[in-house]
Design a protein around this ligand. Sequence first.
Ligand SMILES: Cc1cc2nc3c(=O)[nH]c(=O)nc-3n(C[C@H](O)[C@H](O)[C@H](O)COP(=O)(O)OP(=O)(O)OC[C@H]3O[C@@H](n4cnc5c(N)ncnc54)[C@H](O)[C@@H]3O)c2cc1C
Length: 492
Amino acid sequence: MKKPESQTKPRHLLWLRADLRSTDNTALLAACSDKAAEVACVYAITPAQWTKHDVAGVRVDFELRSLSALKTTLEALNIPLLLLHSPDFDSLPAEMAKLASQHDITTVFANRQYEINEVARDEKTAAALAKADIDLQLFHDQCIVPPGKVLKPDGTAYSVFTPFKRNWQTVAGPLSRPQPAPSRRQSAFTKSDSIPAVISNHSSHVDAGVALEWWPAGEEVALQRLADFVRDDLAHYKDRRDFPAQAGVSRLSPYLAIGALSARQCLNAALNHQASYQRRHHESPGHDQWIAELAWRDFYKHVLVAWPRVCRHRPFRLETEPVPWRHDEKDFLAWCEGRTGFPIVDAAMRQLQKTGWMHNRLRMVVAMFLTKDLFIDWRWGEKFFMQHLIDGDLSANNGGWQWSASTGNDAAPYFRIFNPASQSRKFDAEGHFIREYVPELRDLPSRDIHEPHAKGQASLFSVYPAPIVDHGLARERVLQSFKGLKGLQITE
Ligand SMILES: Cc1cc2nc3c(=O)[nH]c(=O)nc-3n(C[C@H](O)[C@H](O)[C@H](O)COP(=O)(O)OP(=O)(O)OC[C@H]3O[C@@H](n4cnc5c(N)ncnc54)[C@H](O)[C@@H]3O)c2cc1C
C-alpha cells in the first residue's frame, strides 16, 4: 500500500506485550532509532484469549494499572499509547493489520514471546501485515540470554539446570547492560486511548486495597523496589529466602512477568552491588543465589523453546505420562480454599487468595502436597495457580509444577516427598506466617501450631479441619505408583 504524499516521516508501531516499560525495551528502542520517525505503542486487549490461557484477574488488573502509568511516561516522550480490542489470537492478526494500515505504519516492532500460541500469533500477524506491505520486526528481550544461546557442546539445549547456569553465567554479565528510554519524539501522529479500569469477566479476586498496597504499578515503582531490595536485602538473600514470614525475597516477580522491569535491569543491579560488596566482604553468597534465581527464570524459558510440549500440558519426562493422577474434586477444593488441615499448606493457599502471590518455598510445599500427598494431577494445580497468580508465567509455573510432580526436567526425584509438618517447623518455626493467614490457630503455642490436631484437642475440630490425608499412607501410594513406571518407554 502506498503511503500518502503528505506523510514524510516514517511511522512505527511498538506492539507491547510482556514488556510494559519505556526503559531497556529492545523493540521500543529499535522503533525509535530513527530520530525522525513518529512512534506509537499499541497494546491488545484479548479477553477470550486471557480466558483460554487462564490469565488471572489480579494480573489483568495489574497490567491495566501498569498501562496507565506507562501511558503517562510514554506521552512525555510524545509516544501515544493505543489499545486494540480483539477477542483472541485468531482475530488479532487481521485487526492489527487493519489498525496499522489505518495509521499508515511502516513497521511494527515487538519483543518476542516464546509460548507456542504466541509464536503462531506472531507468524499470522506477520503474514497479515505483509499483505498491507508492512513489516513486523521481532526482537529477543525477555531473557537475559536469548533462548538457543546457551547450548551443550553438542549444540542441543540443556535439560539440567546446574550445567546450564555455569554456561549461562559466562555470557549473561556482558548482556545485562540496560538501555535508557528513547529520546522524546518531535511529533506524534495520533492521540492515546484511555485505559479501562477493569475488563468484564476478568476482575481481580484480590481486594483493591490489598492489590494497591502489595502491588503498586509502574516501572518507576518497579525500579525503586529493585533498588531497595538490592540495597537492603540482597546480601542476606541466601539466608532469608526460605522463610515466608521474613522480608527475604524481592517480590519482583509480578513486575518481571509483565515486563515493567527487565531481567537485565535486575542482573545489572545485582552485579553492580556485588562488585562493591565483594571488595569489603570477599564473598557474596546472597548475590550469587539471587542471580541463580534469574538464571532459573531464563532456564525455564529456554526449556519451553527447546521442548514446546510443555506448553501442551504434557510432562517433560514422557515416561511419567501414565501416572494415575487422581481427579478428586472434593480434595482439590479443600486445597484451593486452604482447608486441608495442614496449617502451612492452608496459610500458603490463603496468601495466594488474599494477595495473588505466594512465597517460593510455599509454592513448592503446596505443589508437592497436591501432587504427592493428595496425588492430584499437577495440571489442575498449574491451572489454578495461573488463574490466581499476579505473576503467572507459563514457563516458570510449568517448571515449578513439573519439578514438584517429578515429571519435569531436573525435577525433584519421585521419592523426595516433602513432609508438610517438617517443612512448617523448619521454615516457619514460630508459626508467624501461619498465624497471619490462619487466624483460627492464632492462639496455639508454636510447638503445636504445625500439627494442631496431633494432641486430639476436641475444641479445635469446630474451628479448623482435621487433616484430609495421612501423609505416611499418601507417601506409600506415590512410591508405588512411580515405581510401577520403571522401564516404561514412551515415544513422542
Ligand atoms: C509450583 C511453582 C509455581 C511457580 N509459578 C511461577 C509463576 O507462575 N511465575 C513466576 O514468575 N514464578 C513462578 N514460580 C517461581 C518462584 O516461586 C517465583 O518466581 C518467586 O516466588 C517470585 O518471588 P520473588 O519475586 O520474591 O522471587 P525472588 O526470590 O526475589 O527471585 C527473583 C526472580 O527470579 C525469578 N525466579 C525465582 N525463582 C524462580 C524459579 N524457581 N523459576 C523461575 N524463575 C524464578 C523470578 O522472576 C523472581 O522474581 C513458581 C514456583 C513453583 C514451585
